[in-house]
Every structure is written in C-alpha cells, then in structure tokens.
Design a protein around this ligand. Structure first.
Ligand code: S3P
Length: 452
C-alpha cells in the first residue's frame, strides 16, 4: 500500500545464477484473490478461501471491504474467512479507501460502490494516481453514480476521486471500448445490486474470473458468444450470493518469471506446481512454445473452477517471433518478462498493438525499453510495441552502474531480476519494494533456487 512512501527504496543487483532445478509453488492468483474477498463480502454467511495471495494489493481490497462492513480474518497461511454483509448492504466507509498500488482493487470496488447508497473516496500511491479512471467512470456514471475525479494529463480522470453510488442504479448495455477485465468486472459488480439486466458486450475476450466466480456464488449470469467471437455477458440484478469454499490456483502471471528464468538459464529443469491455466490467461505459454520453449503441462486438473496443471520447464534455445496482437489480452501482464526472453532469443522479436501497456503500473513499453538497454539488450520502442534483437542465447552483458528504474512497478522489478540471472555481470534495479504488491515471496524463492 502507500507504505512504500514511508520507507526507503530497496535497491538490489540480481546476479547470474546456476541452473534452476527442483519443484516450486507460486502464490495464489491475484485476480481470483481480489474477487474471492469481494464476493465473499457480499454473500450472506461465511466464505472460506485457501491459497489466497497475501500481497499488498489483495490486502488493500480486504481493508476496503472491512471498512464497508465485512469481517475478514486470516486463519492460517493463505487461509482466510470472509463473513459477508449481503448485496445491497455495504456500509458507508468512515475514511478514504487507500488502494495503494492496486488498479484492480480501485476499479472493481468503484463498481461495487456505484450501486450502493454510499459515498467513498479512493486514494492511491504515485503510480496508481497517474492511471486512467475515466474508463470506469463513464459506464458507472451511465448507471447513475456521481464521480468527481482529479484531472490528470491529456484530459484523463485520476485518483483521488470521490464516488457517490446510485440507489437504485440503472441497468445499462455497454460495449467495452478497451479490452479490459477490470472495466468489465466493475460493470458486472455494479449490476449485482441494480434491478434488471446489466449487459456487457466484449468484442475481445479478457480474463473471465469474474464471470466464473459470480456464477459460482449463485448469481444469475449468462454468456453468449457470437459468430465473430464477441461475448455478451448479462447479469440479473438484486442478486443474492451464497457463501463458497474457494481454492485459489497459483498465479500464471507470477509463474511467468520462473518459466522464463528456467528457459533462459542453461541446465535448468524446473517444475512449477499448481499453475492456473485459464485460456484467457495462458497466452505467454503459447508464445514461448512457438519460440521453441520446452514447457510441458503435467497432471491437468481443475481447482476452484479453473483449469490448473504443473508446468515442467527446461532450458531451451529460443527464436525471435512476431507476436500476434490478438493474443495480447491473454498475456497482458506478461509482456515485460516476454521482452526479457526475447532479449536472449536468436533473431528479432516484434510486438505491436500494446497501447494498453502504457497505462499499467508504469508505462511498460518505455520502462522495459530503458531497463533492457541498461542491461545491454538491443531494443527499439515503437508507438505500440517493442522490437528486440536477441543475443542468440548468450547472457546479457549486465553490469549497469545506473540502476534500472522500476517506477513502482512490481513486474518491471521481477522481469529485470530474471534478466540479471541470465546476465554476465548482474542487473541492478533501483527498488524491490513494489514486488510485495503481487509476489512477496519472490526474492526468497529466487534466492533458494539460484543458490541451490
Ligand atoms: C486484471 C485485469 C488486467 C490486468 C490486471 C488484473 C483483473 O487489467 O492487467 O493486472 O484482475 O481484472 P485491465 O483490465 O486494465 O486490462
């Protein structure tokens, strides 16, 4: 959360490592963890969650739901109970909701508040306060919410903002102008407490955890897929949610760093257990395999209504690739680490259609271009992507005196940590604190493997 502001930056140089071998487990999926707290808090009765991600972003969601009346308790490692207040009965929070670094908390909770008769103020850290909120303010205003936001650059609307919910809210039919699961989910969550049918039309499919989990909690939600792939999602309002037992699968976006590390470091042979493989999230694996990566799925199964497998990854010679922009939504958070893989591949990797990367926790195209250049990679930045000429498998030079700027972005820090592993002289980053937003055990896990 905004605790970053109160403590000193933690710089670190990530050193080259020997082969990564053995078996590891990554923490619970961030998207699913947020949603299990939110829906648990809206059900009547006690929801049990196992495998919850105990990172700062999810804790920001938990604190906000507590401030609005839910009782949320940790009963063991990754084990939590949530006693819900019921849809329609969220309480007025007494203080501003501090969203820390978390865009998912902010946008989804704005949806929840939008159809309750309460007013909430949302604040966040320096990174979150730059991110565009107009994309949720527009549909939520159409539903009747009243929002006053802070003007950002280029006419954007940003935090801090105050949102006054509507009661009753008005159901809308809304076609998503950007491929965003956060915007889709904000509208569906607002629809939970809106009389009538709220419809979201999604021309490009994005992660569908909200749809799966809303159904699991007993909401009346349907998804129709049209001939051109457009998804029409309808939710019937004034829903009553029933408490659930949720087992959160491992986060594929966290596994991604170790998948790429094992592909890049010679001699590696690693199993990553219990990785979520929802097709709306698994694009990176497809792209890495097309580059020549040896990634096998062992023991495919279902956990908490989501497909899961153990991934067996071996060191591989990778080749550059032209990445089809159509696959971007299913690997939207994995581009920073894909860029690292591309920097060690043979030949050129071209990515485009990635404008959304400019409005994540940082501008990930600019941040990764600068970071990889400091590590000695050959990179060009275009308007909507990066073009990378790889080393052909040789380690990156590394040895940067000026540390990589992570811009409060956990995925830049972790991606460049992996670049350091696959370098000759190590890669220095300016601040490892943001890693705790999504993957608090990352450095311990990495040090355990690299020192093995
Ligand atoms: C998320 C959706 C994505 C993703 C984010 C988590 C979610 O954001 O980048 O890390 O849980 O719904 P967008 O909706 O902005 O694409």
């Amino acid at each position: 959360m905004s605790s970053h502001a109160e403590t000193q930056a933690k710089p670190r140089r990530f050193l080259p490592s020997g082969p990564l071998t053995g078996r590891i487990r990554v923490p619970g999926d961030k998207s699913i963890s947020h949603r299990s707290i939110m829906l648990g808090a809206l059900a009547v009765g006690r929801t049990h969650v196992t495998g919850l991600l105990e990172g700062e972003d999810v804790m920001a969601t938990a604190a906000a739901m507590r401030a609005m009346g839910a009782t949320i308790e940790r009963t063991g490692e990754g084990r939590w109970t949530v006693d819900g207040v019921g849809v329609g009965t969220l309480l007025q929070p007494q203080a501003a909701l501090d969203m820390g670094n978390s865009g998912t908390s902010t946008r989804l909770l704005m949806g929840l508040v939008a159809s309750h008769p309460i007013t909430a103020t949302f604040t966040g850290d320096a990174s979150l306060s730059k991110r565009p909120m107009g994309r949720v303010i527009e549909p939520l205003s159409l539903m009747g919410a009243d929002v006053s936001a802070t003007p950002g650059v280029h006419g954007t609307q940003t935090l801090p903002l105050m949102l006054r919910g509507a009661r009753p809210a008005v159901p809308i039919t809304y076609r998503l102008p950007v491929a965003s699961a956060q915007v889709k989910s904000a509208i569906l969550l607002a629809g939970l407490n809106t009389p009538g049918v709220t419809t979201v039309i999604e021309p490009v499919p994005t992660r569908d955890h909200s749809e799966r989990m809303l159904r699991g909690f007993g909401a009346d939600l349907s998804v129709d897929v049209e001939a051109d792939g457009t998804r029409v999602i309808r939710i019937v309002g004034d829903a009553e949610l029933k408490p659930q037992q949720i087992d959160v699968p491992g986060d594929p976006s966290s596994a991604a760093f170790f998948i790429v590390a094992a592909l890049l470091v010679p001699g590696s042979d690693l199993v990553i257990e219990n990785v979520g493989l929802n097709p709306t999230r698994a694009g990176l694996i497809e792209v890495l395999r097309a580059m020549g990566g040896a990634i096998d799925c062992l023991d495919p199964r279902e956990v908490g209504g989501e497909p899961v497998a153990d991934l067996h990854v071996r060191h591989s010679a990778l080749s550059g690739i032209e990445v089809d922009p159509a696959i971007a939504p299913s690997m939207i958070d994995e581009f920073p680490i894909l860029f690292v893989a591309a920097a060690l591949a043979r030949g050129r990797t071209v990515t485009r259609g990635l404008d959304e990367l400019r409005v994540k926790e940082s501008d990930r195209l600019a941040a990764m271009r600068a970071a990889l250049e400091l590590a000695g990679a050959r990179v060009q930045e275009t308007e909507d992507g990066l073009v990378i000429d790889g080393t052909g498998g040789d380690p990156l030079p590394g040895g940067n005196h000026q540390p990589v700027a992570t811009h409060l972005d956990h995925r830049i820090a972790m991606s460049m940590a992996i670049a350091g592993l696959a370098s000759r002289a190590g890669v220095a980053v300016d601040d490892t604190r943001p890693i705790a937003t999504s993957f608090p055990q990352f450095e311990a896990l990495l040090d355990g493997l690299a020192g093995a």
